[in-house]
Structure formats: structure tokens, C-alpha cells
Design a protein around this ligand. Structure first.
Ligand SMILES: *Cc1c(COP(=O)(O)O)cnc(C)c1O
Length: 476
């Protein structure tokens, strides 16, 4: 362990990243390389002899950086944002420096205890129901991704229904039960729900959302009745707050009532939009969360915490511990009953000290600073709306319950094919980067405010580019 080298090489690395941030706006937003470009630049074998750290740093600009798509460029408007801040990076340095594996309390008590504390802070900041706090039967855990959280929730729900059905029929096997199980989500839900269903071998039925892309309880009730009549066992549903294509919000209250009546586990995927709930003015969008068994969102998307940090809350942790509990002797310790062992709440055994990132970020910005960040992105999206609304060739489509930093638009009265050509022309132009979506058979363009650096002048620039590219396309 070479402390002096860490100090000198670390300084070089920090300098490089700081310079990168200073130059990011001038870089082409999407990498302009061909597949296999890097193989031509690097040797075919690992070096036999040690090289100097400075020679590694010196190679970055010519090898790695050309192959980077700059997610934090103020001209990047694709997907949803991914978060970035200096305190989160510093926390990751500490996590790397300590390099513990916090699977149980004794494996590093601070790792477990800080996670429970900051997850409680976060739940309180969002005004989540009390049952999600670690002081009751539930609690929060940091998963790697929203996709993992969905799998974990589905596993726990499957374990709950299996336990219940087995008390009715002690000869029941999971294999036989699986044949009958069915889960639900909206046709707008994230593809990770399809993955979760595939991985766990559960039948999935997609509920058709309404014309605003909202899934409602009535449709689910009909589906459940049909499926029960076929001998199936409905047991799990994913409701989305802030869908990926259009940031639509499923109707939690009516869905929740159906779940309560029909004994379904409701998992809420609020991967992106959930971050806005630290602002009191958006907490009304959580109405109905009290029906949820599990709730998840990604601070690594919009709360200045670098990937990976997915905040998951459980109403009753015993379902998770039941689903995942294996207890070999080498993992046992004397405090098992008095402190959570997060290994029982997740798929892997090993886990990083991710809560440091949340702790550093909360303390460096304060909740007020984080709210200001969220509000600024929302305000920039509204600014884009004000610009595009002046051009009557465009229409804003699928406006969600709340405009949370994403704008969906297309050319008015035009074919999907023309909008597809517009998107291609914009991305060929290379000054800004957007991705499209296909919603209700409509090809739409999505502009998501992503960068920490994004300001009104960048949004104005993006609009100017869209206007120019549109003029050229329509005059051809
Ligand atoms: C981004 C997103 C996901 C996937 O998040 P990961 O953390 O990458 O798994 C899931 N659901 C929704 C609604 C999303 O926007």
C-alpha cells in the first residue's frame, strides 16, 4: 500500500478530471469512432513490465477520450440524466481506500449503520410513509440499479405467495406454483420489468395504458378477473412513477386499492422522477404510495450521486430475509438479531460502501441545494417548452401530470417517418444529442435536461439547432 504514490498519482488524476470538466462543452457530445477503434490503438498483450502512472495518464486523451460519449456535456439531452458531483467522487475514493465488503454488520459496522441512517434521512426528506423507515418493520437499502430492485422485490413477492400457498397445500412445489403465477405492469414500464419476469420465470401481462400513458386500477381489475378465471394467480405489479418514454405517472391510488383487495404486491419504480419528491411541491405525486410493499428510485440519476446508487424501501423486511436467507457458519456473528445484515436484502453477497456517497452529497449540498438542482432542471425544461411553443410547426405530446425535466415533441400533423428523419438529421448534425421513443404508435423526440452544466444559453442553443435542422429538412 503505497501512500505516497496515492497522493502524487491521485493529484494527477484529479487534475485530469478537472481539466476534462473544463473542456467538456467543447468536445463532440457523441463519440465519433468506429467499433474496434481501440484495438488498433492498444497493444495485444498486457505489459510485462510496470509503466509509470504519468504514461498512463498521458495516453488517455489519445485512446480513451475519443471513445467517450459525454453524458455531462450541456449538449447531451438523451435518455435520462446520470448524476455526478465532486462530493460523490470523493466518497468513492474513500470507499475505495477503505475497501471493505459490508455484507454483514460485523464486516464493517459503519457501512451498515450509515446506510440505514442516510436511507432514513432520504425517506424523511421525501415524506415517505413511516413504515419504510428502519425504525419499524421496513427499511431502506442501496441497490446497484433499479433493475436489481425490481428483481429483488419480485423475488420477495414470489417467496411470500409461495409460503402462503404452501400452507394451503403442503405438497406444493415452487415449480408447480410458477406455472400459475402472473405479474403485471403497464405497456409503458421499463424493459427491466420484462427482464425481471424472464429471470424469475414469471408470466407477465402488460396493461394497456390510457391515452396519457397512465395505467389505472380499473384495467388491472379486469385483467386480474380474466386471469383468475383462467386459473392463474396474480401476485405482483410494478407501477411506474415517471415512465422512461414520457415521464407518465401511473395512478397509484386506484392501482393500490386493487392490490389491497386482490392481495397483490405493489412495487413502485420511480427511477428518475422519484428524485423530485424531495421537493414538497411534487410530493402529491406520491399519493397512493402507502399501498406499496416496495418503492425504488435512483439517486444516481438526478440527485448528484454518481452511479451506482439505487434507493430501495421495503415495507416489511422479513419477506426479503425469508427469500434470501442462507446462513453458513462463516457468515454468522453475535449481533445478527440486533442489526440488519444487508446481504439478506440483495442478490450478491458482497457490497460496496455506497452510503458514503449519499452522506457526502447530503452534507455538501444540503437538501436545499439538492432541491434547487432539481428545480433548475425542471425550469430549463419549461424554458425549452416556451421556445418550442412559439414555433407552430411543432407540438408537445404526452404532457405528463407534472413536467419533470423531460419534453416530448414532434412535428405537427406529420408522419412518423418525417420525425424519424428529423431525429437522424439532428444526430448527424452532432451539435446536440437526443434519443427518440415510440409511444402509442407515434414516433416522438425526447429532450431530457441532463447536464449539471446545462443553462438557459445551452437550451436556447439546442432550440436554435433544432430550428435550423428543421428548416433545412423541410426545405429539401
Ligand atoms: C432508468 C430507468 C430504469 C433503469 O434503471 P437502472 O438503475 O439502470 O436499472 C428503470 N425504470 C425506469 C422508469 C427508468 O427510468
Amino acid at each position: 500500500m503505497d501512500s505516497d504514490a496515492l497522493v502524487s498519482c491521485g493529484a494527477m488524476m484529479l487534475q485530469f478530471v478537472a481539466e476534462y470538466w473544463r473542456s467538456i462543452e467543447k468536445r463532440p457530445v457523441v463519440a465519433n469512432v468506429q467499433p474496434g477503434y481501440l484495438r488498433q490503438l492498444l497493444p495485444a498483450q498486457a505489459p510485462e513490465q510496470a509503466e509509470s502512472f504519468s504514461s498512463i495518464i498521458n495516453d488517455l486523451e489519445s485512446t480513451i477520450m475519443p471513445g467517450i460519449t459525454h453524458w455531462h456535456s450541456p449538449n447531451f439531452y438523451a435518455y435520462f440524466p446520470t448524476a455526478l458531483s465532486y462530493p460523490a467522487i470523493c466518497a468513492d475514493i474513500l470507499s475505495g481506500g477503505i475497501a471493505c465488503i459490508g455484507f454483514s454488520w460485523i464486516a464493517s459496522p459503519a457501512c451498515t449503520e450509515l446506510e440505514a441512517i442516510v436511507m432514513d434521512w432520504l425517506a424523511k426528506a421525501m415524506n415517505l410513509p413511516e413504515f419504510f423507515l428502519s425504525t419499524g418493520n421496513g427499511g431502506g437499502i442501496i441497490q446497484g440499479t433499479a433493475s436489481e430492485a425490481t428483481i429483488v422485490a419480485l423475488l420477495a413477492a414470489r417467496s411470500r405467495i409461495f409460503k402462503e400457498k404452501k400452507t394451503e397445500d403442503p405438497t406444493l412445489t415452487l415449480g408447480r406454483l410458477l406455472d400459475q403465477l402472473i405479474i403485471y405492469c403497464s405497456d409503458q414500464a421499463h424493459s427491466s420489468v420484462d427482464r425481471a419476469a424472464l429471470i424469475l420465470g414469471c408470466r407477465l401481462r402488460k396493461i394497456t395504458s390510457d391515452s396519457d400513458c397512465v395505467m389505472r386500477g380499473e384495467q388491472i381489475e379486469i385483467a386480474i378477473a380474466e386471469d383468475r378465471a383462467q386459473g392463474l394467480i396474480p401476485f405482483f405489479i410494478v407501477a411506474t412513477l415517471g415512465t422512461t418514454p414520457t415521464c407518465a405517472f401511473d395512478d397509484l391510488v386506484t392501482i393500490g386499492r386493487v392490490c389491497e383487495k386482490e392481495h397483490l404486491w405493489m412495487h413502485i419504480d420511480a427511477a428518475y422522477a422519484g428524485n423530485a419528491f424531495i421537493c414538497p411541491e411534487y410530493q402529491y405525486l406520491l399519493n397512493g404510495v402507502e399501498y406499496a410493499e416496495s418503492f425504488n428510485f435512483n439517486p444516481h440519476k438526478w440527485m448528484l450521486v454518481n452511479f451506482d446508487c439505487s434507493a430501495m424501501y421495503l415495507k416489511d423486511r422479513t419477506h426479503f430475509i425469508d427469500a434470501f436467507n442462507v446462513d453458513p457458519l462463516y457468515l454468522k456473528h453475535a449481533f445478527q438479531s440486533s442489526a440488519p445484515d444487508y446481504r439478506h436484502w440483495q442478490i450478491p453477497l458482497g457490497r460496496r460502501f455506497r452510503s458514503l456517497k449519499l452522506w457526502f452529497v447530503f452534507r455538501s449540498f444540503g437538501l436545499d441545494g439538492l432541491r434547487a438542482y432539481i428545480r433548475k432542471h425542471i425550469q430549463l425544461a419549461n424554458y425549452f417548452i416556451s421556445l418550442i411553443s412559439k414555433d407552430n410547426r411543432f407540438e408537445i405530446v404526452f404532457t405528463a401530470a407534472a413536467q419533470l425535466g423531460l419534453v416530448c415533441f414532434r412535428l405537427k400533423n406529420s408522419s412518423n417517418e418525417l420525425n424519424e428523419r428529423l431525429l437522424k438529421a439532428l444526430n448527424d448534425d452532432k451539435r446536440i444529442y437526443l434519443v427518440p421513443s415510440m409511444v402509442k404508435q407515434k414516433y416522438i423526440l425526447r429532450l431530457a435536461i441532463c447536464s449539471w452544466l446545462a443553462d438557459e444559453k445551452h437550451v436556447k442553443f439546442a432550440w436554435d439547432v433544432i430550428e435550423q435542422v428543421t428548416n433545412k429538412l423541410l426545405s429539401e
